[in-house]
Structure formats: structure tokens, C-alpha cells
Design a protein around this ligand. Structure first.
Ligand code: GAR
Length: 212
């Protein structure tokens, strides 16, 4: 089977990925997109980090991959304009942040209203921001998990689409907990993307209704 993403069928949902690092969520979404029943394709990967492993992996998979260096732009708007140009060039319908460690600004939000998703390794609104798994362990919660949400201008604050709980086990450390949450992240993100392209997600204020 040809799994090349260079020429996705026009009837599949076109996804652009923004990432900053390892890219395991990107790869999980990619794997799902190669299944016969998939209704989405990753058409481009963009990173603010030149050495991001996810960028390298995208190139290996034949997906158009770009490094956009924030410091080369005068301000955030110009930086995001460069990203928007690439997303539009590849006719992206949905933008998925997959370990993209920057706040999204007005420019991206305006061009992709309610069309940017993010995944976070905690049950939001608990433990937003960096090191969510460490925050959960330090707080002493018995259950954490992961969240896929639409992105707004805040830090991990947009309307929640899907969540999966992950119980904390005796003896968990940051690494073991992160790994168990990550396994769930890899399942959850594609599920949310699939719902989006099946037109099953309806935003009502802060709530995302999942249509049957
Ligand atoms: C994931 O755990 C993701 O949830 C988290 O970064 C990791 C990226 O891993 N994102 C956030 O913390 C966003 N606030 P990956 O590069 O292997 O997908």
C-alpha cells in the first residue's frame, strides 16, 4: 500500500501539524491516517525548532515539513503569518498542535477559527502549562489523564473535546506516569480529529457537543 501523503485524496480531511519536539503524537496521528477507514491526512508538518525529531520524521515519511524560526520575524504576527501561508498553501482544514510549546496568537486564531486543536497531558482545567504530569504527582491527585481541546488565546484553556482518565499508581514517577498518559494521548487525538471531519463536533460556548 502506498502510504505517501504527497497527494492525499481530495475527500479526506487535510490536517496541518505544529510541533516543537519528539512528535510521538504526530506519528500516532499519521499511523491512524494511513488506515483504510481514516477520514483525514496529514498534509504538512511545521516546527518552530529546527532540530525537532518530529520534523525529521515527517521528512522521512515524505510529508512536506518546514522549520519556521520565530526569531527571524519581527513579531508574533509576522511569524504566524508565515505559518498561515504554509497551512493555506497545503489547504489545511484543521491545525493540530502536537507538543507545540508556544502560545497561539491572534493571527492563527483568526485564520483558523475553531479549527485548531491541542493535546495536553492532564485532565484540564487541572495542571495547565509545562510539566503537567509532574504537577499532578506533586499535587497528589489519584487520577490524571489527557485532554484534547480547541485552542483559544489562553494557555490550555479552550473548549474541551475529549478526555481520558489515567489512574496514578503507587510508585509512579514522572516518567512512568508520562508514558501511560502518552499511550492514551495517542489514541485520543485521532479520535477527536476523526469526529471533527465527520462534522460531529459542535461548540456551544465552553461546551463541545458530540453529535451522535
Ligand atoms: C505530549 O505529552 C503533549 O501532551 C504535551 O507535550 C508532549 C509532546 O510529546 N503537550 C503539552 O504539554 C502542551 N501543553 P510528543 O512530541 O511526543 O507528541
Amino acid at each position: 500500500m502506498d502510504t505517501s501523503n504527497a497527494h492525499p485524496p481530495s475527500n479526506t480531511g487535510r490536517v496541518g501539524i505544529l510541533l516543537s519536539g519528539r512528535g510521538s503524537n504526530f506519528e500516532a496521528i499519521y499511523r491512524k491516517s494511513t488506515e483504510e477507514a481514516a477520514n483525514f491526512k496529514i498534509v504538512t508538518v511545521i516546527s518552530n525548532k529546527r532540530k525537532a525529531r518530529g520534523l525529521e520524521r515527517a521528512r522521512e515519511l515524505g510529508i512536506p515539513a518546514y522549520h519556521i524560526a520565530p526569531r527571524k520575524y519581527e513579531n508574533r504576527e509576522n511569524y504566524e503569518s508565515a505559518i498561515v501561508d504554509i497551512l493555506n498553501e497545503h489547504q489545511c482544514r484543521l491545525v493540530c498542535l502536537a507538543g507545540y510549546m508556544r502560545l497561539v496568537g491572534e493571527r492563527l486564531l483568526q485564520d483558523f477559527p475553531n479549527r485548531i486543536m491541542n493535546i495536553h497531558p492532564a485532565l484540564l482545567p487541572a495542571f495547565p502549562g509545562l510539566d503537567a504530569q509532574k504537577q499532578a504527582l506533586e499535587y497528589g491527585v489519584k487520577v490524571s489523564g489527557c485532554t484534547v481541546h480547541f485552542v483559544d488565546g489562553g494557555m490550555d484553556t479552550g473548549p474541551i473535546i475529549l478526555q481520558t482518565p489515567v489512574p496514578i499508581e503507587e510508585g509512579d514517577d514522572e516518567e512512568s506516569l508520562s508514558q501511560r498518559i502518552l499511550t492514551q494521548e495517542h489514541r485520543l487525538y485521532s479520535k477527536a480529529i476523526s469526529l471533527f471531519f465527520n462534522n460531529k463536533l459542535k461548540i456551544q460556548g465552553r461546551r463541545v457537543i458530540i453529535l451522535e
